[in-house]
Design a protein around this ligand. Structure first.
Ligand SMILES: *[C@@H]1O[C@H](CO)[C@@H](O)[C@H](O)[C@H]1NC(C)=O
Ligand SMILES: *[C@@H]1O[C@H](CO)[C@@H](O)[C@H](O)[C@H]1NC(C)=O
Length: 447
């Protein structure tokens, strides 16, 4: 009798588990395919050769395909031009949803400027980068005026992941003026993930997102010398819903540069330095309109940089920057940790104009550490004063007392000191300025 009950009980449990599996796993597997990195476990476990598909061991799980560049004729010896093999592997991978193009560990691939172009590709492609990709050194193999070296465009769901390295071998470019390529650029894509990889010694910007939606960057390393000119770490333009976290950025220009058209950008847990700090702008060059909103930078370390958290705009622009929070930022050996510069002028002559990009709702909370020049500089435009600038728990010490050390400076900056600060800041104005001119700027950014 007891035995019988046990059997019935076991049967009931098994049935329940089976039904649950069919309902949940079936749904998840299909959904997983649609999300980026679907059936991740399988992909990481097997690396079949080109053309081989996964065994369809599990019910409801679509097969996925792996395309290894070595199977397409890539040599990976660091000197043979492997561009054609990469193009062929991409062409094959791009035809299948959630496929994986593999750049394997232990090989070095020399790749000329290439576009992994997507308008006719399936979605959710993974570019598994565990090897090293190097660019040709500065020479005739580069067309002049080229804007990027590795480009991914018009993709819906693209992930670059792995432990590999992208090396721009940029030193030959650094002493030159004129247009230099970005190492890795994403254009017009959504659901973009970059994780695990290292991007180093770019010719110019290391990683750029332009016209992208839903971008995730994490556990990425950017590395180039502090004196390599214009080598921004990550450059964002016309992109929305961007998260950058747990990432180390060392370069010769802005660690992160946020340009016009960006909103909903969250930066967290970043280590920045050397470089020029984390910047919004420059905006409004050549009397252009700029719109930037909802930017958060938090829990971040900035060290050995020119500026810490910066907003820079040119005289003569229009539009606005609205809703920016810099919170819990640890600075060390930073020339000017907190800076708004509405008179930005990158060399050359600049005139003061009767308009500029307007700034409002800018918060600085818990910014601590050491500086070597000015602790705080809020140089707002006379035509469009900064409004709603809030400072809360600012504790900045000069690294050494010398004649270079300046005092906090503000002009045309309105807002509130939520706490007392070190050093004391007495130049922020409490009263609101007339908003007539500014209002117009904010209206320009509504649509
Ligand atoms: C900015 O954030 C606010 C509040 O979270 C939200 O209401 C608004 O839609 C956001 N705007 C943009 C452009 O992301
Ligand atoms: C523009 O105005 C600022 C602030 O008043 C001033 O410091 C700067 O010298 C002016 N620049 C020019 C070129 O007139």
């Amino acid at each position: 009798m007891k035995n019988q009950n046990m059997k019935i009980c076991m049967f009931a449990i098994l049935t329940f588990v089976l039904v649950w599996f069919l309902q949940h796993e079936g749904v998840n597997a299909t959904r997983g395919m649609r999300q980026r990195g679907g059936s991740r476990l399988l992909k990481e476990t097997f690396y079949p050769r080109y053309g081989e598909t996964f065994p369809s061991a599990l019910p409801y799980r679509k097969t996925s395909t792996i395309f290894n560049v070595l199977s397409f004729g890539a040599k990976g010896d660091g000197t043979t031009d492997d561009t054609k093999a990469f193009e062929a592997a991409w062409l094959a991978a791009c035809k299948l949803e959630a496929s994986t193009m593999v750049v394997p560990k232990g090989s070095v691939f020399l790749i000329k400027p290439i576009s992994f172009s997507g308008p006719n590709c399936e979605s959710n492609i993974v570019f598994q980068l565990d090897g090293t990709i190097i660019a040709p050194k500065r020479s005739g193999s580069w067309e002049s005026g080229l804007l990027q070296w590795l480009e991914f465009t018009k993709l819906n769901g693209i992930t670059i992941r792995g432990t590999g390295v992208i090396d721009g071998q940029g030193s030959g470019w650094w002493s030159e003026s004129g247009t230099k390529p970005t190492a890795l650029r994403f254009y017009g894509s959504s659901d973009v993930t970059v994780t695990g990889i290292t991007i180093q010694n770019s010719q110019q910007t290391h990683l750029k997102f332009d016209n992208c939606q839903s971008v995730q960057v994490f556990e990425v390393t950017v590395s180039s010398p502090g004196d390599s000119p214009n080598t921004d770490g990550i450059h964002l333009q016309n992109s929305q819903d961007v998260t950058i976290h747990s990432t180390k950025l060392a370069c010769g220009d802005d660690c992160v540069s946020i340009q016009t058209g960006c909103s909903g950008v969250n930066i967290q847990n970043v280590d920045c330095g050397p470089g020029h700090g984390i910047s919004i702008g420059s905006l409004g060059k050549d009397n252009t309109r700029a719109c930037v909103s909802n930017i958060t930078v938090r829990d971040t370390k900035i060290h050995d940089t020119m500026t810490g958290v910066r907003i820079k705009t040119w005289q003569g622009g229009s539009g606005s920057v609205q809703g920016v929070t810099f919170s819990n930022i640890q600075v060390s050996k930073v020339e000017t940790p907190i800076i708004i510069d509405q008179y930005y002028c990158d060399g050359g002559k600049c005139q003061n104009k009767s308009s500029s990009v307007a700034l409002s709702e800018i918060s600085y909370e818990n910014i601590r550490g050491t500086y070597t020049r000015n602790p705080v500089r809020l140089a707002c435009s006379e035509s469009t004063p900064c409004t709603d600038v809030n400072l809360d728990t600012i504790q900045l010490q000069p690294l050494q007392q010398n004649e270079e050390i300046g005092k906090p400076f503000c002009s045309n900056a309105y807002g509130e000191l939520k706490t007392s600060t070190t050093p004391p800041i007495d130049c922020l104005m409490a009263a609101k300025p007339s908003e007539k001119q500014s209002r117009n700027n904010y209206d320009l950014c509504q649509n």
